[in-house]
Design a protein around this ligand. Sequence first.
Ligand code: PLP
Length: 355
Amino acid sequence: MTQPVVRRSLFLHAPSSRRPRAVLSAMLERVDDGTPADGPGGPVAVLEARIAGLLGSEAALFFPSGTMAQQVVLRLHAERRNRWAFAAHPQCHLEVWEKHGYQVVHGLRFHPVGDRHALMGRADLDAVAEPLAAVVWELPQRDIGGLLPAWDDLCEQVAAVRAGGAAAHLDGARLWEAQTYYDRPHAEIAGLFDSVYVSLYKGLQGVRGAVLAADADTVAQAAVWRTRLGGSVPDAWPLALAALIGLDDLLPRMPAFRDHAVAIAAAINADGAARAWPDPPQTPLFHVHVPAGRHALERAQAALIADAGVQLFGYARSAPDPGRCSFEVSVGENALEFTPAEVVDLIHQLLDRVR
Ligand SMILES: Cc1ncc(COP(=O)(O)O)c(C=O)c1O
C-alpha cells in the first residue's frame, strides 16, 4: 500500500517543508571554496561564537543533541556542589523524554516541582527540602501549552534558587520563541542563568544539534564529557550551517510567527468547537484541546491526509478524560500558509471524521 502524501502541513517538523535539496541549496549559498570543514573559521566555530554573542555568554559549545548537553551540564553543576539532585517541572523534557539518562548515565536524582499542569511557582520551589545541584526552567514549558512565567516571577525564582546554592539552568530549546513574549534581548533572558541550552532544529529548523552556553570553565569541562559520551563530531559542519541559516532567516521572523499563532488561536476560540490554550498564546507555540479521544483523532487525521493531503499535527496527547485529547501547533513557515479561518475549517473536518 502506498503512503498517503502530505501536501500541506501545519506541523513544524513536517517532512514536506524540509526537502533535502532545498536545505542543501541554501547551504551552498553560504560556503565558498575556502570554507574549512572544522577548526577556527569553520561553520561550527562560527555558530558557537554567534550564539555566545547572542546570549552574552563567555563560551558556547556545539553538541549533537540537547539531551546530551543538558545531562552533561547538570552533572557538572552536581559535581561542583557535591549535591546530586536537580529540580524541574514534572513534565520537563529530562524526565519525560530521555529514558532517565540523567540517572542511568550520570547518577543524578530528579525532584519534580509543582503541579504537572501548571508552571512552577516560587512557593513550589521554596517547598523543596533537599539540597539541589540545579533547577531547570524550560522556557516555554512545552507540554503544558508553551506557558511562560511573568518576567518578574522568573527573576525572583532564579534569585531565590541561586541564593540557596543551586545553579540555575535554562532549557532554552525554544528560547527563540520565548523571547517574543519577554520582548527583551536574548542575552538578558539567558543572563539570568548559569547555563543555557538552545536547540538548532526546532524553531531554527536546522538538521539536528544543540549549543550549550555558559562560562568558559563550564564549557571546557562540558567538552570533556562530550568526548566521553562520543558526542565530539568533527564534521558537524552541515548541522552548524543549517542552524546559521535559521538564525539569519527565521529568528527575525519569530514575532510574526507568534502573531500568526495568536490569530489562529483567537479564531479557534471564537469558533468554540476546540479550545486553544494558552489564550492568547505567549509564543508561536500553543495547544489545541479537542473533544475526541487520542486514537480517534489520530485516525481522523490519517483520513484527512488520505482525502485532502493536509496534516494538522505530529501526534496527539492523551488527557485524563478519555474523550478528549490535545495537539501542539508551533507556527513557523508552514503554518503561515494557513489562514486562521482555514485552520478552524480543518478542525471541523477532523472532528467530522471522528464521529
Ligand atoms: C524542551 C526540550 N528540551 C530538550 C530537548 C532535547 O533536544 P534533542 O532532541 O536535541 O536531544 C527537546 C527536544 O524535543 C525539548 O523539546
